[in-house]
Design a protein around this ligand. Structure first.
Ligand SMILES: *[C@@H]1O[C@H](CO)[C@@H](O)[C@H](O)[C@H]1NC(C)=O
Ligand SMILES: *[C@@H]1O[C@H](CO)[C@@H](O)[C@H](O)[C@H]1NC(C)=O
Ligand SMILES: *[C@@H]1O[C@H](CO)[C@@H](O)[C@H](O)[C@H]1NC(C)=O
Ligand SMILES: *[C@@H]1O[C@H](CO)[C@@H](O)[C@H](O)[C@H]1NC(C)=O
Ligand SMILES: *[C@@H]1O[C@H](CO)[C@@H](O)[C@H](O)[C@H]1NC(C)=O
Ligand SMILES: *[C@@H]1O[C@H](CO)[C@@H](O)[C@H](O)[C@H]1NC(C)=O
Ligand SMILES: *[C@@H]1O[C@H](CO)[C@@H](O)[C@H](O)[C@H]1NC(C)=O
Ligand SMILES: *[C@@H]1O[C@H](CO)[C@@H](O)[C@H](O)[C@H]1NC(C)=O
Ligand SMILES: *[C@@H]1O[C@H](CO)[C@@H](O)[C@H](O)[C@H]1NC(C)=O
Ligand SMILES: *[C@@H]1O[C@H](CO)[C@@H](O)[C@H](O)[C@H]1NC(C)=O
Ligand SMILES: *[C@@H]1O[C@H](CO)[C@@H](O)[C@H](O)[C@H]1NC(C)=O
Ligand SMILES: *[C@@H]1O[C@H](CO)[C@@H](O)[C@H](O)[C@H]1NC(C)=O
Length: 694
């Protein structure tokens, strides 16, 4: 395309050069000069002084930065001011650049009204206003550019409907308007004459109504993106007419009905994404005809039936996402065969059952396998041990019946391991001298039948979590490395923290969590666990753990959520807990802890729920006062202010209760408002802020 544009530009230059001499009063390069100077005078911000110094009246305009002239008449044929950080409006004299073929002002802060005089640019082929600050409607006179091939105005604040006058641009090849506020229906007939259109990108607008059938007359379309709009109705069967299509993005709309089987005609298709719609019915078996397909995203629809076996034909497939549908049946063996190209397998939240395929080959490329929230059973496939690039394995909420997968330990890319709510059982034992699971950041073994001691060596091996935060590389969203530049994020993962299942839109590399809750672990908490300096969430609740909480837990300096409830822990609560400066959630309830609850710092923010069911505990926020022979609160008050005055004491309890209720209500509100509990938002925000800070 760039090539076509260039060639036609060359043609234009030759054409311009071959014209006979112009009459005295016809526009000449002085006209161009005054047009450019008019533009310069409208620039209010030019931080690099580019135009201020370079566009000097004493030099030939053809030497001005961003200006390209035709060879014979020295008329301006291209103006490229992209990424110059300019703030300006477009003055009407710019319409006097009558030889202009290319106008590129992308990535600046141009704003204001578009002057109708631009319609004098009869030779304009390329117009790029992308990423500026324009707003308002696109004027209807945009239909008056007879030569226009590329109209690019993404990332602005344009509103109104997409004008039907664009139907007049019969030479248009690219129409790129994403990330604006366009609304209303796509005018019917708008695409009737755009037979040359190759790229149409209208995503992230507010376009409603059906996908107009005339769109499918644009037989040259190679790229069609309409995602994140309010489109409704079904996917028209005429989609099958777009046989040149390489990319089809219709995700995040309100499309319903079935996926038309005519989609099988799109044999050039490389990417299809229909996620976040209300599509139902079966995945058409003709999908197997799309032999060039690399990415297939049907996430979050209501598709039913089995995965068609024809999918096994898709030998180029790298990403398969069928998550959050109502698919059933077993997972075909061929998924394992495809693993020499297939890197991303997302099947979570369906009704898949039966055993997982166990034929992941020696050159397995799988980076993430997410099949949580199904009913798969049997063993975790041992051949997954061939997948050396595996970073994320989530098989939570299934019926797997297996022992702990020690054999995954030497996959040195593995960062997230989630086995939650299955029938995993037995002891976890890593023998001395074994180096395994060193890269793990998130381990969720909760709600299984694991037993025995907590694995001391396992925690010791978690090098990434042991490292202190400061020494680590810049935190970012977890992405899967790819060979072809396509970015895959670890997305929509859910974890359970404090009894609530929370979902991460994107997973941050700084999120480090260990959840061994609701198993049958017993014995003391090994000291290697308290050395996981970057741990953010620790949940060991609902086990049979005993012994004291060691003062070395102060080493978990990044910890934000600590749940040790419903165990048999004994002794006092160590003062060192106060070193955990980010702790937001604390649950020590239902243990055998005794003595005074430490006071000060964030201890003041925890309510009695944090301590309930420990008959031996006393002091704020519990109403049980400590006996005289207990240490007095004053001893723990870091400001040295005595708080043993009766009145003060009662007041504190009252206020605590009231605050708890009020706070509780506002917490619930936030949780409802955003679908996430308040403390999660704070945890998430803190981790996110670190990103923007560094
Ligand atoms: C350009 O055109 C103007 C009239 O529009 C004329 O006065 C001037 O002499 C012309 N300059 C050149 C270099 O042709
Ligand atoms: C303006 O910029 C162009 C391109 O960078 C350069 O060739 C030219 O010498 C500059 N002119 C002046 C007057 O700075
Ligand atoms: C117009 O072009 C002529 C050469 O054709 C050149 O000498 C003159 O400097 C140009 N004028 C401007 C204002 O650039
Ligand atoms: C304008 O310049 C930028 C930066 O040099 C370049 O990437 C872009 O392709 C140019 N635009 C056109 C239309 O040639
Ligand atoms: C543009 O200006 C902003 C501040 O106005 C600055 O942060 C940014 O780095 C500049 N960008 C370029 C490419 O000069
Ligand atoms: C250029 O455009 C302006 C405004 O559109 C107009 O007033 C002027 O006469 C035009 N011609 C020249 C030679 O500047
Ligand atoms: C928009 O342009 C600015 C510079 O003006 C740049 O920093 C930013 O990355 C661009 N945004 C997009 C989405 O291209
Ligand atoms: C769009 O408008 C909003 C306010 O309505 C403003 O915050 C935002 O910066 C604008 N974006 C652009 C690209 O002008
Ligand atoms: C379509 O473009 C032609 C040529 O530029 C023009 O004459 C005609 O008025 C335009 N029609 C509409 C509806 O924009
Ligand atoms: C789709 O193609 C068929 C056969 O080429 C043609 O008859 C039909 O009119 C086309 N549909 C649309 C909407 O262009
Ligand atoms: C999904 O489809 C099933 C069966 O067709 C239906 O019972 C269910 O309500 C649908 N769910 C949604 C969210 O539309
Ligand atoms: C798990 O598998 C073992 C045999 O390996 C079997 O004895 C046991 O009953 C199974 N448990 C469940 C819950 O299916």
């Amino acid at each position: 395309m760039a090539k076509t544009g260039f060639l036609s530009l060359m043609f234009l230059l030759l054409f311009a050069a071959s014209r006979s001499t112009l009459s005295a009063n016809s526009p000449n390069n002085s006209t161009d000069k005054s047009a450019l100077l008019a533009l310069k005078s409208h620039i209010t911000h030019d931080p690099h002084n580019l135009l201020a110094t370079n566009w000097s009246t004493s030099t030939d305009i053809c030497n001005w930065i961003g200006v390209t002239c035709g060879s014979k008449h020295n008329r301006v044929v291209a103006l490229n001011l992209s990424s110059m950080n300019l703030t300006s409006t477009i003055p009407s004299p710019l319409g006097n650049l009558s030889f202009l073929a290319s106008l590129d002002i992308r990535h600046n802060s141009f704003h204001g009204a578009l002057p109708v005089e631009l319609t004098n640019l009869r030779r304009l082929e390329y117009l790029n206003f992308g990423n500026n600050s324009f707003d308002g409607e696109i004027p209807a006179w945009f239909g008056y550019f007879p030569e226009l091939r590329s109209l690019i105005m993404h990332d602005n604040n344009f509103t109104g409907v997409i004008p039907s006058a664009l139907a007049n641009l019969s030479k248009l090849e690219k129409l790129i308007l994403y990330n604006n506020y366009f609304k209303g229906h796509l005018p019917s007939g708008i695409f009737d004459n755009l037979s040359k259109l190759q790229e149409l990108d209208l995503n992230e607008n507010r376009i409603s109504g059906r996908i107009p059938k005339c769109l499918f007359k644009c037989k040259k379309l190679r790229f069609l993106s309409l995602y994140t709009n309010f489109l409704e109705g079904s996917i028209p069967i005429e989609i099958g007419n777009l046989t040149e299509l390489r990319v089809l993005y219709l995700g995040d709309n309100k499309l319903k009905g079935e996926i038309p089987s005519d989609i099988g005609k799109l044999t050039s298709l490389e990417e299809i994404n229909l996620s976040y719609n209300n599509l139902k019915g079966k995945i058409p078996p003709v999908i197997g005809n799309l032999i060039s397909l690399q990415v297939m995203g049907f996430y979050n629809n209501n598709l039913t039936g089995q995965i068609p076996s024809s999918i096994c034909n898709l030998s180029s497939l790298r990403g398969l996402s069928l998550s959050e549908n109502s698919l059933d049946g077993t997972i075909s063996e061929c998924i394992g065969n495809m693993s020499s190209s297939l890197s991303h397998i997302c099947l979570q939240n369906n009704n898949f059952h039966g055993k997982l395929p166990d034929n992941f080959g020696k050159n397995c490329m799988v980076q993430n396998l997410e099949i949580n929230n199904n009913q798969v059973e049997g063993l975790l496939p041992r051949s997954l041990g061939n997948c050396k690039d595996l970073m994320l394995l989530h098989v939570g909420n299934n019926n797997l019946n297996d022992t702990f997968p020690n054999w995954l330990g030497n996959l040195d890319q593995l960062q997230v391991l989630n086995l939650r709510s299955n029938g995993f059982h037995g002891k976890i034992y890593i023998s001395d001298g074994t180096i395994s699971f060193t890269r793990l950041r998130v381990v969720d073994l909760s709600h299984n039948n694991f037993s025995g001691y907590l694995p001391m060596k396992f925690f010791e091996n978690l090098h990434v979590i042991r490292e202190r935060y400061e020494s680590k590389v810049k935190p970012e969203y977890m992405i899967f490395p790819s060979l072809d530049g396509v970015v895959w994020y670890a997305q929509d993962l859910s974890f359970t923290t404090k009894g609530l299942e929370i979902e991460f839109q994107l997973l941050l590399t700084t999120y480090m969590a260990i959840d061994f809750s609701d198993n049958k672990f017993f014995g003391e908490i090994p000291k290697t666990l308290w050395e996981l300096h970057s741990l953010i969430v620790l949940n060991l609740s609902h086990n049979y753990l005993s012994g004291p909480i060691l003062s070395s837990l102060g080493g978990l300096s990044e910890l934000e959520s600590l749940d040790l409830s419903s165990n048999k822990l004994q002794g006092r609560i160590p003062m060192e807990l106060n070193n955990l400066g980010f702790l937001e959630v604390l649950n020590l309830s239902q243990n055998n802890l005794v003595g005074l609850i430490p006071q000060g710092k964030q201890f003041d923010t925890f309510s009695n729920d944090s301590y309930r069911g420990n008959p031996g505990l006393c002091g704020l926020p519990l109403s049980k006062r400590c006996d005289n022979d207990e240490e007095t609160p004053a001893k723990f008050d870091r400001d040295g202010v005595a708080v043993d005055d009766e009145l003060n004491w009662k007041f504190s309890i009252l206020m605590g209760y009231g605050c708890g209720l009020v706070l509780g209500m506002s917490m619930t509100y936030v949780a409802f408002a955003t679908g996430k509990p308040w403390w999660f938002i704070r945890i998430y925000e803190r981790v996110r802020r670190r990103i923007t800070k560094t």
